[in-house]
Design a protein around this ligand. Structure first.
Ligand SMILES: C[S@@+](CC[C@H](N)C(=O)[O-])C[C@H]1O[C@@H](n2cnc3c(N)ncnc32)[C@H](O)[C@@H]1O
Length: 308
């Protein structure tokens, strides 16, 4: 038997047209469609929720995502919804689930919420709404914060991970993004004894980075480059005793400095050096400024009924 697979994003499109509730002043940016529980489970799993997390659900509906995170993982949560009916349901559901001490719900427009404290953000909105939120997320969320979205993407910002949950022949996509630290610009660095001096120039679009290096004035190429949150890694061949040695660089990004280690083999022994880098003033760039070079353009002001 051939099964027809219907993406759940299409179903949300079909219910989009009248997004007003009776007597309501402000139009909903997204209608109320709850995320099904198997998808809730997958979103929380993909976000790797820990007890120490503070989970924000923007447009929280009946509160199931933050309540689930509190029940299953002991995490704290905050839900925002503009619809008072949803907030009432969320508060009742939190009481019933016995997690009212861990979660809070606010009747508030999600665009006016302050994101700084969140360590996980859950979304079941629309691509147009995600795109409107994207600059605010990149500005306010700390590097390493996980964002999981049900069905809807972030335009040119490709997810770090994705999966599909099938429910009754309907496919639901789950996407994960990890807020990257901004490592763009030119960095001067030193490592080891005798000291090796280098320069690293980084082009960055979201979490994708392309670093180029100069060591003692000579160009060098890195491999195995990765940036996950504020954790930067790569392997670079370093000049050592007349030859070169592959060296694994690892560092934490902290504002305008990088602090970490370089691990390499010297004379058959593992050696770990300190690695410090400082960004040259004025070389940092916004990480979404070149985004349109890397994928399709999306209108930021698309009305809610146009999706994908
Ligand atoms: C598709 S539902 C998702 C509900 C819940 N997050 C879930 O996944 O089950 C979208 C929710 O966003 C809320 N919403 C729409 N526009 C909003 C806005 N501007 N501010 C806050 N909430 C909003 C709706 O009331 C609705 O509950």
């Amino acid at each position: 038997m051939i099964k027809r697979l219907i993406p759940a994003s299409i179903l949300l499109t079909l219910v989009l047209a009248p997004a007003f509730r009776a007597g309501q002043q402000r139009q909903l940016d997204v209608p109320y469609v709850p995320t099904k529980y198997p998808v809730v489970d997958e979103m929380l799993k993909m976000a790797d929720i820990q007890k120490s997390d503070l989970v924000y659900d923007l447009g929280c509906g009946d509160g199931r995502l933050v309540i689930g995170a509190a029940q299953k993982y002991g995490a704290r949560g905050i839900g925002y919804d503009i619809d008072p009916e949803r907030i009432k349901e969320s508060l009742e559901n939190a009481q019933k689930a016995g997690v009212a001490n861990l979660v809070k719900f606010y009747e508030q427009d999600l665009f006016t919420a302050d994101f700084h404290e969140a360590s996980v953000m859950t979304l079941y909105l629309l691509t147009s709404v995600n795109l409107k939120l994207r600059p605010k997320m990149l500005k306010e969320l700390k590097p390493g914060t996980r964002i999981v979205s049900h069905n809807f993407g972030m335009g040119e910002w490709r997810p770090d991970q994705s999966s599909t949950v099938m429910i009754d022949d309907i496919s639901h996509e789950v996407y994960l993004w990890i807020i990257p630290a901004n490592v763009s610009g030119t960095w001067a660095w030193t490592a080891g004894k005798p000291e090796v001096k280098g320069e690293m120039d980084v082009q960055q679009v979201f979490q994708q980075i392309t670093p180029t290096f100069k060591i003692d004035g000579r160009a060098a190429a890195a491999r195995e480059v990765s940036l996950k949150g504020d954790h930067l890694r790569f392997v670079l061949d370093l000049p050592l005793r007349g030859g070169t040695a592959p060296a694994a660089f690892e560092a934490k990004v902290g504002g305008q400095s990088l602090t970490g280690t370089v691990t390499l083999q010297d004379g058959g022994r593992d050696v770990v050096w300190e690695w410090k880098a400082q960004r040259r003033p004025g070389t940092q760039k916004p990480i979404d400024s070149d985004a349109d070079k890397y994928g399709p353009r999306f209108g930021l002001k698309a009305p809610a009924k146009i999706i994908y």
